[in-house]
Design a protein around this ligand. Structure first.
Ligand code: ZN
Length: 272
């Protein structure tokens, strides 16, 4: 496969960190990058540069306690997953593995959400675009929300992808049934932090799932991007049912699966 600039840049950073002199971190796998790759003794010299770069990332993930599967130089789902976890570690400077999923035994996926890869997302949801690409529709919340960054503004109608509209309604109705409006307010589950928003991931170049209108944020002030379960409000036991409801609809919580971005829930399948 064709490796992205982001992947090549990570490889160059790793090589430089190892003192192997890959030169400029520019995302172009040129001569100095290839020479540096050839100095990594665990990687067969006969492999193509794509395989070498992939293997380097696999080795680096393994060193950091992230399981990339076999060190085979092939960019599969497990390598992608390891790459995403590495990105997170490098971005936020975690030294330990943030992968501490809650006990979700067999995640339900009744709506057949796709995997969170650009190809699968585009195939299932259509190509993301700033205009919404006619996939975006409006939906009405079962209870009124407050805009998290402007508490004076109440919102009942938002834009989301038409394929997730019914599932959002269903999850929020179940939450309202379970908690009642007073507890919803007490738990700040009516603080809305956004849904459809065409943009790259924070700190990354890959598109955020918000770009397809298939992700929602709640109470961002108390669940900031880099906060783990020790700090994030939505990680507290009171929210167990909230998350079970979303998970029963097949949605993924990055908080529950990755222990960051607890505000966020998205309609994609887990990469396992
Ligand atoms: Zn989000």
């Amino acid at each position: 496969m064709e490796l992205t600039v982001e992947i090549i840049k990570m490889a160059q950073s790793i090589l430089n960190e190892k003192g192997l002199k890959a030169g400029l971190v520019d995302g172009i796998a040129g001569k100095s990058t290839i020479n540096a790759l050839n100095r990594v003794k665990e990687i067969p010299k006969s492999w193509t540069k794509e395989k070498k770069i992939t293997a380097l990332i696999q080795l680096y993930a393994k060193d950091r306690g992230i399981d990339p599967g076999k060190i085979d130089g092939l960019w599969g789902i497990r390598t992608l997953e390891a790459f995403n976890q590495l990105k997170h570690q490098l971005l936020f400077g975690f030294t330990e593995n943030p992968w501490r999923p809650e006990e979700i035994i067999r995640p339900a996926n009744p709506n057949n959400w796709p995997l969170q890869t650009i190809n699968e997302l585009n195939q299932f949801y259509g190509h993301a675009s700033a205009s919404g690409n006619r996939q975006i529709t409006s939906m009405i919340f079962p209870y009124p929300m407050i805009i998290a960054w402007d508490e004076k503004v109440t919102v009942k109608r938002i834009s989301c992808h038409k394929k997730v509209k019914d599932s959002i309604s269903s999850a929020l109705e179940k939450a309202l049934d379970h908690y009642g409006i007073a507890a919803i307010k007490e738990l700040r589950l009516h603080y809305f932090g956004g849904c459809f928003n065409y943009r790259p991931m924070r700190g990354g170049t890959m598109l955020s799932t918000h770009s397809w209108g298939i992700a929602l944020d709640f109470d961002p002030m108390n669940n900031q991007l880099k906060w783990g379960r020790d700090k994030a409000k939505l990680a507290k036991p009171d929210y167990q049912k909230w998350w079970e409801i979303w998970e029963s609809e097949g949605w993924v919580s990055l908080g529950r699966q990755r222990n960051y971005d607890w505000m966020h829930v998205q309609a994609t399948k887990l990469i396992s």
